[in-house]
Design a binder for this molecule. Structure first.
Ligand code: APR
Length: 320
């Protein structure tokens, strides 16, 4: 069987980390693409030289030519500009929309059968625009946000309870912004819902509220500390989990920015919902029962995403 091909569009902090993880896991051969000459080539060479030390054979190449994406099975998109301190994800809209146009066309012309995972922010708008520009079926274009946001929520809960992160399971739904919805009712420690743990006196509602707030601003907290860029290790790890689910037909249930049409009362929009990812791409949107608070929060989040799409259409009339 031929080796799989993973194309990474954007060879910055996340792109480089994605390449390293994909190589370590031998997901396939890797092509790093960037508009800046030398950066993808240099990173590819550096990463190739990890092979003998770490024991992987993945072939890693760098390019500035979209033609090198030909035949890619998975494309992960981080091309664009990351947040600087004080910038919201939405400030990035105009700049990154243009980037999505170029990337979407590059995918359409060179690897239209790929499974595409978008990471570029503002995520829910960029993944929608990328689907529009690429013309790929909606089940083959998905955004990475929920896995990362849930990983943040899980980390903070594990710290609070003093337990292994492996025993904490959380769900974060909605848009990838300040209106995201960490769903406490479905968050558990080895199956025990967090509301029950509050009743058992193992934590307090106030502490959980603070953890929810910290999760919502989890990306901004890191931007504030780094000062020159945004998070990259956990975003890369999260996208790799989604790529593995597709490549290995794992049927994983992962919160993702997926195309929703009817589910959750939402029409024709990309927003964070639990989905099943397998060899068919996004094989199913899973509609879970939400309590009133979570549903209201999800509606607020959906409205925020809709506003972004209106702004996108204003910037690029071809999207209207
Ligand atoms: N095509 C390809 N690559 C591009 C393009 C383009 N049109 N425009 C910019 N890039 C490249 C940059 O040259 C840079 O190498 O995208 C890369 C982005 O890398 P970083 O600046 O290091 O950003 P990173 O931390 O990887 O985040 C990328 O993911 O989380 C989001 O908000 C974040 O939108 C940002 C993206």
């Amino acid at each position: 069987m031929a080796r799989k091909k993973i194309a990474l569009i954007g060879a910055g902090n996340i792109g480089g980390t994605l390449a390293h993880l994909a190589a370590q896991k031998e997901l396939g051969d890797i092509v790093l693409f960037d508009v800046v000459d030398g950066v993808p080539q240099g990173k590819a060479l550096d990463l190739s030289q990890c092979g003998p030390v770490e024991g992987f054979d993945a072939k890693i190449t760098g390019t500035n030519d979209y033609a090198d994406l030909a035949g890619a099975d998975v494309v992960i998109v981080t091309a664009g500009v990351p947040r600087k301190p004080g910038m919201s994800r939405d400030d990035l809209l105009g700049i990154n929309l243009k980037v999505m146009k170029a990337v979407g066309e590059g995918i359409k012309n060179n690897c239209p059968d790929a499974f595409v995972i978008c990471i570029t922010n503002p995520l829910d708008a960029m993944v929608w625009a990328l689907r529009e520009f690429s013309g790929l079926p909606a089940n083959k274009v998905v955004g990475m946000a929920g896995v990362l946001d849930s990983a943040r929520f899980t980390t903070f809960l594990a710290w609070e309870f003093g337990v292994s992160v492996r025993d904490v399971n959380t769900f974060v739904l909605g848009g990838h912004g300040d209106t995201m919805v960490p769903v406490v009712q479905y968050s558990t420690v080895n199956g025990i819902p967090v509301p029950d743990l509050i009743k058992m006196g193992l934590t307090t509602q106030e502490k959980i509220d603070a953890i929810v707030a910290r999760t919502r601003s989890g990306g901004g907290e890191i931007v504030g500390l780094l000062k020159t860029g945004s998070a990259f290790y956990a975003p890369a790890a999260s996208a790799i989990a989604m790529a593995e689910a597709y490549l290995n037909d794992q049927k994983r249930i992962l919160p993702s920015a997926a195309y929703v049409n009817g589910e959750y009362g939402v029409n024709d929009l990309y927003v964070g919902v639990p989905v099943m990812i397998g060899a068919g791409g996004v094989e199913k949107v899973i509609e879970i029962e939400l309590d009133e608070e979570a549903r209201n929060n999800l509606n607020v989040s959906v409205e925020a995403v809709k506003e972004l799409l209106v702004a996108c259409k204003g910037i690029d009339p071809s999207l209207a």
